[in-house]
Design a protein around this ligand. Sequence first.
Ligand SMILES: C[S@@+](CC[C@H](N)C(=O)[O-])C[C@H]1O[C@@H](n2cnc3c(N)ncnc32)[C@H](O)[C@@H]1O
Length: 428
Amino acid sequence: MAIDSFIEKEPYPRYQRIWTDLLRGKLKKSFTLEFNKKFDSKQYTDEFYSDNCPRIERNTIKLLKTVGWRNEPYDKQHWGNWLHSLSPYQGRMTPSLAHWLVKIFSKKGDLVLDPFMGVGTVSLEADFLQRRAVGIDLNIYGYMVAKGKFERKPCDYYLNYLTNIEHIDVSKIDITDIPTWIQAYFHHETLKEIVYLNRKLSEENEWFLLGCLMGVLHGNRPGYLSVWTGCIIPMTPRSATHPNYRPDKDKPEYRAVIPRMAAKIMRMYSTGFPLETNAKVLLGDARHLELADNSIDVVICSPPYYNTLDYVGQNRVRLYFCGLNKEKQDNLRQELIQDSKNYLEDMVKVGKELKRVLKDESLIIFVLGDVHRAKYSINTAKEVSNVFQEELGFKELITVNDEIPLNKVVSQSKRKKFDRILVLKNQK
Ligand SMILES: C[S@@+](CC[C@H](N)C(=O)[O-])C[C@H]1O[C@@H](n2cnc3c(N)ncnc32)[C@H](O)[C@@H]1O
């Protein structure tokens, strides 16, 4: 089919225009390609450490208490580089908190480990602050998105890549094997395009573009490829027999993939970033780190806490396109640290590994939330601190209870919510 008739099928003029501009080379011309210059390096300078300044506990604790991430401009909802928003992740750390923790607890050139990296927020801030970042996660979706953030090619490479695909011949794509629960989210032709691109990008190791595809996969606006659903959590679409079926939202309509990916690419590059990076991301288990002894300067992370979030169920549609059917997703759920019963036992296993890879006298910074049950709450940071001190010989330096402003709390409960920032020192 000629590309013009494809463009005509696209229901939204914005994406018709983006597609035509992409094919005519107009996007490349209008979108500044000097993105390196747009990187605001002023935000990424070290105010606290000079290169040869030793780590000073007293000062860092004082700084931690000034809660830089709660002050302007860091308190703004969208503070940070656009690359952080490559694709959403429930439980992601705010970039501003990651920024300040990296800034306070490390210096240029340090090796900063996040053994629960999710989509790589700490690693990306560490990278921008010229640390060497290592991020690890067992969730392949998080790993894939994080990897995309460190695949640094010029923007025009990606726009050219999409232009060269021109249009997708969906006639050869078979979607009959795709489970109905996935089919329910998409128009059948959109789904064929997604399948085609997902396969091509995976075969060609195009991590950044895969991240863009995951980023636009589902949500509640025309920029997403699915019927109306959450952009983080994919609520099940309402079928035509549902009593409250809303045709304008629930009926799948054709949405072209390429112009939506082009829009995503341009958004990602709109704050710019350096092409060089020292960061590494690994798919792996925090209980068995494939890292050398005494190699890490500091650990900064937000571990899972008890079974508060289901990192598999909430990413089920994206995980499907990472190659995990329902059965494999169930297996992953069993592997993740996500079960209340074994939680502290698992964290001790992580602690043993952290002790091995951390340099002597180095610090672990854990950001942990409380667990709220109907009749009681668990202070996870306190429990983790106890086992790390009693069973592994770490020393707690401080726990900062950072109250989350009510307007940033997701739940309806009016109960105060805290991020507890636990600082532990490795004593060998
Ligand atoms: C609170 S999230 C971290 C989010 C991350 N800070 C970010 O900004 O995206 C906790 C992460 O721990 C990961 N996880 C759970 N068990 C793990 C394990 N045994 N090894 C490595 N990662 C694990 C989950 O997949 C999840 O991504």
